[in-house]
Design a protein around this ligand. Sequence first.
Ligand SMILES: [Zn+2]
Length: 309
Amino acid sequence: MQHLNKTYQIGAATVTRIDEIPLPNVVPSVLYPDLEAGALEHYERFLGHGSYDRNTGTLTESVHTWLVRFSGYTILVDTGVGNGKTLPAAPQFDHLDLPYLDRLLAAGVQPEDVDFVLMTHVHADHVGWNTRDEDGLWVPTFSNAKYIFSRTEQRYNASLSGYKQAADLPPPRLGGPVRQPASNVYDQSVAPIIKSGLAEMIDVNGTEFLDGISFLPTPGHSVDHASIRLRSGGQEALFLGDVMHHPLQVYRPDLRSVYCEFPEASRASRRWILSYASESHALCFTSHFAESSAGCVTRGTDGFRWQFA
Ligand SMILES: [Zn+2]
């Protein structure tokens, strides 16, 4: 059954979640390899039933995207996994056939209405609907959109996929990578966008690419991961991408997810963005939290706290 998610107001902007895949039954020690035995018992009082299933001892996540209407523009933040993508390393995402575009339509948006696609990073579950399969060819789903993302993410992924080498990447300051982005993602979901002339690669440095919207550097989960900031009417929103996967990391920012490529840098970015979010009172829109996926960070005497909104 089709349902519409809650719409949030940030100044003159509205933000609505567009669902793709619920992800229940996530084994904590698999998502967080450094999680010590028994730690969840200490933190479960902070976790709602929609995020932590006490019966099975498993975490609940979600894959979704965010629809933003702002300044007369229709904007998508990240594009999920997509249909028909070849992802053997992630069987739960391999060759999906889900009514994501119907859900977007239910929110009043046709693919050709989208003006901007903003990507926090180039991982399989954030760039998938960039393209769709048309007679065996990957073509842009949002044919009138500009696709905005990090030039460094593009160069690094292109290099790993056998395109032009990027000898300067990854930068040594991130520490050594413990994994690389999944294969096929660049070929199926990024290269066709560049070929079609719809891609606009940017430097992730806090510059506003559109009045009120900027990409803040939060590297570590990936080589040049960005958190996207929207400011309007004195209010602020942060689209956190994969800086965190689950509310547990608000309480334990030291925990890297198994999907983080550069663990040390990811920890530093997590601490920085949590601190920034608590000071700016930003409404945070996450990529993988379950429940409403949106909320606020506050700082207490013993660390950060999360409150769903
Ligand atoms: Zn992700």
